[in-house]
Structures are given as structure tokens and as C-alpha cells.
Design a protein around this ligand. Structure first.
Ligand SMILES: *[C@@H]1O[C@H](CO)[C@@H](O)[C@H](O)[C@H]1NC(C)=O
Length: 261
């Protein structure tokens, strides 16, 4: 009995302490979300949400659980290499996203899914993006800053920029590092008047034509070779037949000659 009493007297306070800890965690966690490690979260009284600043935090990827009431997210000056699909899903209030000065090379097709309606500014400058999916920015209403990326100017970039008519001022600053067309390197993308989508189509068409022509030429060459070979054989066969002694015909021939004479 005394042993049980002793055990109870020790375990009941421990249980209560654990319960209250769990209660506190449950109350705190979902209300605002925890501020991610390496970030600084401050309540913005004008925008009624959180300013989350994770600048210069040596982040290699976008923090997985960002507070749901984030309105301003600064991720600049990190080592983030890609923006996966739905990276900001659930941030219903996000207005400004700064991803400048990172090492972003790829943007998922749905990288900005869920924040299209609220996002007003998206800074992707000073990254390593060469190309984007043609619909990457199509549903964004935000002003997208895309300067200082090693853009490869091709059909999909032309389509992506084409869907951003509202962004004309910022798209003029997109420079081609490399391009489908030779003379465009280093030039602003919008100065390129050519329809790059038609060009790629035309080059594939030409490639197709050349391949077909080659096949056709090979078939013709083979047919010619085959016919020649057979002709040669036939001639040789004929000569052989002619050279055979045809004795039973001799008298006829003689008759003929005599009649002619
Ligand atoms: C994003 O952050 C960079 C670096 O701090 C800054 O220069 C730039 O102005 C910011 N972009 C926007 C749209 O505020």
C-alpha cells in the first residue's frame, strides 16, 4: 500500500504537468504557426498579418511550415535552389514574396498555386533561372521582378511573358543570356520581334523534310542498283545462251540463205 501511495503521489503531479504542457502547445501552435527557424516574425498592424523575414539565414529550401497569416515573406540572400509545386500553399494572405539573391534554377509549374489572388509583388531577381513553364506566371496578378537571371530566350519564355501584359514594365528588363536566335544574346527579350514558337516548329519541319528526302534518296539508289545488277546478269545470261552451239537450226538457216540467194 505504501509503495502504491508513493507512486501515486509522484506520478499525479507529473501527469498534470505533462497535460498542461500539451494544452499550452495545442493553444499556441495553430493560432499563428511557429516562426520558422532562422526567421524573424513580426505582426504587421496595417496588413493584419505577420511579416516573416528569413533573409540571410543560409536556407537551402523554402521553410516547410510557414505561419498561415504571413503577409510579407522575405527569403532573399539564401541558397534556395528551387521552388517546388505548392511551396506557398495555404498562405492565403501573402502579398509580397521576395526570393531575390538565391540560387533558384527551377520553378515548379504550380510553384505559386494558392497565392495567385493575393500576391502583389514577386521578386525573383538575381537567381539562376534559365527557363520557365509557359504557364508559370499566367494566373498571377502580381508584379514579377525577373531581372538578372541567365534567361534562355525561347518559345516557352515568350509564352510566359506573353501572358503578363500587365507586367510590361518589368518584362522589358529580361535580358537573353542565350537564345534560339543567334543575334539576340544580351538583348532585352521584348526587343525580339520574331515569333520563337514558329521558328522551332519550322526547324523541326525542315529536319523532318531532310530526313524524308534522305530516305527517299536511299530507296531510289537501291532500286537503281538493283535494276542495273539484274540487267548485267540478264545480259550475261543472254550472251551465254547465244554462245551455245545451236546445231539443229543450221540446216534451216542454210535453206533460208539459199532461198534468199
Ligand atoms: C527584395 O530584397 C532585396 C534584397 O534585400 C531588395 O534589394 C529588393 O528591393 C527587395 N524587393 C522588393 C520588391 O522589395
Amino acid at each position: 500500500m505504501t509503495a502504491l501511495e508513493l507512486w501515486l503521489s509522484r506520478s499525479i503531479p507529473a501527469c498534470l504537468l505533462l497535460q498542461s504542457l500539451v494544452l499550452i502547445m495545442v493553444l499556441i501552435l495553430p493560432s499563428s504557426g511557429m516562426c520558422p527557424r532562422g526567421c524573424n516574425c513580426q505582426r504587421d498592424l496595417h496588413l493584419h498579418g505577420l511579416n516573416v523575414s528569413c533573409s540571410q539565414s543560409r536556407l537551402k529550401e523554402i521553410p516547410p511550415s510557414l505561419p498561415v497569416d504571413t503577409v510579407l515573406l522575405r527569403l532573399d540572400h539564401n541558397q534556395i535552389g528551387s521552388v517546388p509545386d505548392q511551396a506557398f500553399h495555404g498562405l492565403w494572405l501573402l502579398r509580397e514574396l521576395n526570393l531575390s539573391y538565391n540560387t533558384v534554377e527551377t520553378l515548379g509549374d504550380g510553384a505559386f498555386t494558392g497565392i495567385e489572388a493575393t500576391l502583389q509583388v514577386l521578386d525573383l531577381s538575381h537567381n539562376r533561372i534559365t527557363s520557365v513553364h509557359k504557364d508559370a506566371f499566367s494566373r498571377l496578378k502580381a508584379r514579377v521582378i525577373m531581372d538578372d537571371n541567365p534567361w534562355h530566350c525561347d518559345c516557352s519564355l515568350q509564352q510566359a511573358l506573353g501572358g503578363m501584359a500587365h507586367n510590361h514594365e518589368t518584362t522589358t528588363r529580361v535580358l537573353c543570356r542565350s537564345s534560339e536566335l543567334r543575334d539576340q544574346e544580351g538583348r532585352p527579350f521584348l526587343a525580339v520581334a520574331t515569333d520563337l514558337c514558329n521558328i522551332t516548329k519550322r526547324t523541326t519541319d525542315y529536319a523532318m523534310l531532310v530526313t524524308m528526302f534522305c530516305w527517299f534518296a536511299m530507296v531510289i539508289a537501291y532500286v537503281v542498283y538493283y535494276v542495273r545488277q539484274n540487267q548485267e546478269d540478264a545480259r550475261r545470261h543472254l550472251e551465254y545462251l547465244k554462245s551455245l552451239p545451236s546445231k539443229p537450226k543450221k540446216p534451216d538457216e542454210a535453206d533460208d540463205i539459199s532461198t534468199v540467194v
